[in-house]
Design a binder for this molecule. Structure first.
Ligand code: SF4
Length: 202
């Protein structure tokens, strides 16, 4: 069954763009709007999955989740992360391993969109900053995508965390399994602070 979403309509996309512009001067209201739109999207996707279970899934993580001084090549898989586990990608790797899934890290949003188009998954699970989530909803509206905003980070685009409980719940939902409370990671995992930063005193 084809996924239906209001993001496929030009009028809806234009209305959201206008609303975001109007809310921008008012503190956190624009982010609240994005979070509400994301929740609605996730609700639609869960309903869609009840009639069209996903067999092919794409899990996309942004590059800022990767520890900033790490040299591992994570664009084609997270095998190194499974052994290392010094940042959130390590826990993502562990969850994927437990559910028998592959995670891919997209270093740019256009790469993530290209991955979606070329791999043509039944479902995308992704986390990204608020702005990128809207960009994804606008750019690839035909794909059912369960989305979560990145938790707040200390520095923009650096050492972001992942809401691992949310991610595990989505993976369990899609794979038809219950989350395993005995193996649950910390709710939001961020990178261990790099040594240089730890050495900085007040
Ligand atoms: S877990 Fe983090 S620090 Fe370790 S290899 Fe993976 S991306 Fe690098």
């Amino acid at each position: 069954m084809k996924f239906r979403s209001p993001w496929q309509w030009t009028v809806f996309r234009a209305s959201v763009a206008l609303l975001r512009r109007l809310l921008r001067p008012f503190g956190n209201l624009e982010n609240r709007l994005v979070e509400n739109l994301t929740r609605s999207q996730n609700h639609r996707v869960v309903q869609h999955l009840q009639n069209s279970p996903a067999e092919k899934m794409l899990l996309i993580m942004p590059r800022c989740v990767k520890k900033s001084d790490c040299k591992a090549d994570v664009q084609n898989g997270l095998e190194e992360c499974l052994q290392c586990r010094q940042c959130a990608l390590g826990d993502v790797a562990l969850l994927c391993d437990r559910f028998g899934l592959t995670a891919l890290v997209a270093f740019r949003s256009h790469i993530a969109f290209e991955m979606a188009r070329t791999r043509n998954p039944d479902l995308i699970i992704a986390t990204a900053c608020h702005d990128r989530l809207i960009k994804a909803l606008r750019t690839v509206p035909d794909y059912p995508a369960l989305l979560a905003p990145l938790p707040p980070m200390e520095k923009l685009c650096l050492d972001a965390g992942v809401d691992l409980l949310w991610l595990e719940e989505q993976l369990a939902l899609v794979c038809g399994r219950q989350p395993d409370p005995s193996q649950q990671p910390a709710q939001v995992k961020t990178c261990d602070p790099p040594k240089a930063r730890m050495a900085e005193g007040p």
